[in-house]
Write a protein that binds this ligand. Structure first.
Ligand SMILES: Cc1cc2nc3c(=O)[nH]c(=O)nc-3n(C[C@H](O)[C@H](O)[C@H](O)COP(=O)(O)OP(=O)(O)OC[C@H]3O[C@@H](n4cnc5c(N)ncnc54)[C@H](O)[C@@H]3O)c2cc1C
Length: 450
């Protein structure tokens, strides 16, 4: 194979680029790693790859949970973390322009330096990339009020298979010329093109948030409380759930201020300018009525920050407990209690240990299903629970993935959600941008029957 600019041949380095943060297994055989440094490197790879029919796996910070950035045998892993940096913050248009390898927290910080706010806030904000967020249409902690990444992207630069560089969308506040190709690329998980620049849209900075912590004596009570919270006319800027297992794991890492003797907590925030105190007090009353046993308001910024830090380390804390599969189903919020109860029952019957945490305010939970990595039967039981929870969510009118994407792990379920005719239609759209099918093959779209 051609030597590409930015190609890395050291096997130890390559091994670290073969995987993401999912349980998807890397290939046994070899692959090529290119760490692109600029647009020209990306163009070179995509031109050559199409000419020679070589699969390309676009890759950001490898924090993905769905196996979408895992290397494929004989393919090229095209990592774009080298295309980093915020080149523009325009406080009149309310936009920032940045490279796909910009770490999301850096974009948020660049906006904040101008008194502006880039809302997307995945729990991985400190290490995931803006390009990866665009490719997965990442969600996170703020979606309950601010929506997902798609709601904050105005335009993109994308390199297509074959090397053509295109621009989608706009820099202006409005624009309805032609089809919304930006919307098409956001969430396409590297199957349509490689994002090489992002025009993000920014909001005025909100007020510093106040946090209320509510404790519950059951997970179901906490889920019911979320339903009550959603009816409040002033939407919280965050509504996150942690069960007793997750709380204990977090507190074992350090004292993040979580109580030790409850079945679940909800962390609820308001960042409504001039109304944060009034909002969290009202949320507290509402949660008490819905069954919270205790409410504490963190009005000291240090305490509020400790709770948020605790929320952000849930994943690290649970990882300490052992190998796990992280679910990402999303159901209609009114059916959250049913999802929790039925998932608990599935896990009990299969003998799978489970921890619940996630973005309850969106109906999007991340049950962690633990297994013994050295015991194939244990892994099979966790896989069975994973599948049954996906089926449960679909049966409730939910989706197989709220924010992590389909990747390779959930491709087998896409047909259940969309049906063959819809998958065929989407594959025809993919072929417009990637006629030879070299971009992330086998990801998102399962092979069709017959
Ligand atoms: C601890 C932890 C917490 C997390 N919390 C959240 C959360 O709250 N919300 C959430 O949504 N996700 C969360 N995630 C998942 C993950 O961080 C997101 O999916 C994130 O958007 C992936 O970004 P990345 O840069 O790591 O992309 P990668 O993992 O490298 O890639 C993800 C997908 O995007 C594609 N891709 C990456 N960059 C590009 C590009 N420039 N052009 C085209 N395709 C590209 C890849 O092919 C792959 O399909 C979490 C993960 C971890 C480990």
């Amino acid at each position: 194979m051609t030597d590409f600019r930015g190609q890395v041949d050291d096997p130890d380095i390559k091994a670290t680029y073969a995987v993401d943060q999912s349980v998807a297994t890397p290939p046994e055989g070899d692959f090529t790693l290119v760490r692109a440094r600029d647009l020209a490197d990306v163009v070179e790879v995509l031109t050559e790859a199409q000419a020679r029919g070589i699969p390309v796996v676009p890759q950001g910070a490898r924090s993905g949970r769905a196996g979408g950035a895992v290397a494929v045998e004989g393919g090229i892993v095209l990592n774009v973390m080298g295309l980093a940096g915020v080149s523009t913050v325009d406080d009149v248009e309310g936009i920032a322009v940045c490279g796909p390898g910009t770490v999301t927290a850096d974009l948020k910080q660049a906006a904040a330096a101008h008194g502006l706010f880039y809302p997307p806030d995945p729990a991985s904000v400190a290490f995931c990339s803006v390009g990866g967020n665009v490719a997965t249409n990442a969600g996170g902690l703020c979606c309950v009020k601010y929506g997902v990444t798609a709601d904050h992207v105005r335009g993109l630069q994308v390199v297509l298979a074959g090397g053509e560089v295109i621009r989608t969308g706009r820099h202006t506040a409005k624009g309805v010329a032609g089809l919304d190709l930006t919307g098409l690329f956001v969430g396409s998980e590297g199957t349509l093109g490689v994002v090489t620049e992002v025009v993000a849209s920014l909001l005025p900075a909100p007020a510093p948030a106040l946090t209320a912590l509510a404790t519950f004596d059951s997970l179901d009570a906490a889920s019911r409380a979320i339903v009550a919270l959603r009816r409040d006319p002033h939407r919280p800027s965050m509504a996150e759930l942690l069960d007793a297992f997750s709380i204990k794991a977090v507190q074992q890492l350090g004292d993040y201020g979580f109580p030790s003797d409850c079945a679940a907590v909800l962390l609820v925030q308001s960042d409504r300018d001039g109304h944060t105190r009034e909002d969290v007090q009202r949320y507290g009353d509402l949660l008490s009525t819905a069954g919270a046993t205790e409410i504490a308001v963190a009005d000291d910024p240090a305490e509020a920050e400790a709770l948020m830090a605790g929320r952000r380390v849930v994943s690290t804390a649970l990882e300490g407990h052992g190998a796990r599969m992280v679910e990402d189903v999303c159901v209609p919020i009114a059916r959250l209690t049913e999802l929790v109860e039925r998932s608990q029952s599935v896990c009990r019957s299969l003998g799978v240990e489970v921890a619940f945490s996630g973005h309850a305010g969106d109906g999007n939970l991340h049950p962690s299903l633990f297994f013994d990595a050295g015991d194939p039967a244990s892994r099979e039981r966790a896989e069975a629970a994973f599948g049954e929870i996906v089926d449960l969510a679909l049966g409730m009118g939910g989706t197989i993935t709220g924010e992590h994407g389909v990747g390779s792990l959930k491709a087998p379920w896409l047909r259940r959600e969309l049906g063959d005719a819809e998958i065929q239609r989407q594959q025809r759209i993919k072929a417009v941008f990637d006629p030879a099918g070299i971009l992330n093959p086998g990801r998102v779209y399962p092979p069709l029957a017959g």
